[in-house]
Design a protein around this ligand. Structure first.
Ligand code: ATP
Length: 220
């Protein structure tokens, strides 16, 4: 782990966007490890708006957000930022980061994504400007071998840092790849296991499993 230069250290907040349908231990373990690695002050789960044609039957934004709230019981630094769910229509990460930067002008904002998301980053709206508002922190993901196209490769060459301390000294602008535990867990695997009435207790927090059972989610 890199040492943090506390002499000139900005407050650092970690934001983790996803559909979280449902949130699982793959998400939570990488967020926890990166929060430790960066000595983050807060960790925010930011559930995405999900278009109706993509939502699982009967799993609303409210349910996804409620499951994230339950998952945040793992650590006092974890909170939900539901800003993308109170909008009507799709929200884009770039818009969220612009809002956050306006709200927090003196904070190092770190946006966490998995390695699979980095590989398709060039499909995101205004992707090359994301680092004007935040750092991108990329978690290794079990089952995904990094293989970047030339556009993403040159973006990385421009922005990549290997020093965690740089994320405390600058408010945005860096891409930081972190070796985290590679848990081969995905939300789609979990949805399919619930549909098949299989046990998911090792894949997500007990409280989230209880919520799913109580509300009969994913079981049709
Ligand atoms: P689905 O299986 O439905 O596609 P998912 O498990 O990938 O869902 P998302 O909510 O879509 O979960 O993911 C949000 C973010 O978390 C993405 O950046 C993704 O790369 C990352 N992520 C998800 N699961 C893991 C994991 N097991 N390890 C590391 N990163 C992960």
């Amino acid at each position: 782990m890199n040492s943090i230069n506390s002499a000139k250290s900005l407050p650092l907040e970690l934001y983790f966007g996803g559909t979280f349908n449902p949130v699982h231990h793959g998400h939570l373990q990488v967020a926890l490890e990166i929060s430790e690695n960066l000595s983050a002050d807060s960790v925010y789960l930011v559930p995405n708006y999900l278009p109706p044609h993509k939502a699982s039957p009967d799993v609303s934004a409210a349910h996804r957000s409620a499951m994230c709230e339950l998952a945040c019981q793992i650590d006092a630094k974890f909170k939900v930022d539901a800003r993308e769910l109170v909008q009507t229509g799709a929200s884009y990460t770039i818009a969220t980061l612009k809002q956050l930067r306006a709200e927090k002008p003196d904070t190092s904002i770190c946006f966490l994504i998995g390695m699979d998301s980095l590989q398709t980053l060039d499909t995101w709206r205004e992707w090359k400007t994301l680092t004007e508002y935040a750092h991108l922190v990329v978690a290794a993901r079990g089952g995904y071998q990094a293989n970047f196209n030339p556009d993403i490769q040159s973006f990385l060459e421009k922005h990549q840092t290997r020093q965690a301390s740089e994320l405390h000294q600058k408010k945005n602008g860096c891409v930081y790849l972190v070796n985290t535990s590679e848990l081969m867990i995905s939300a789609s695997q979990i949805r399919s296991r619930y549909q098949n009435k299989q046990n998911c207790l090792c894949l997500l927090p007990d409280a989230v499993n209880e919520y799913i059972m109580l509300n009969h989610l994913y079981q049709r």
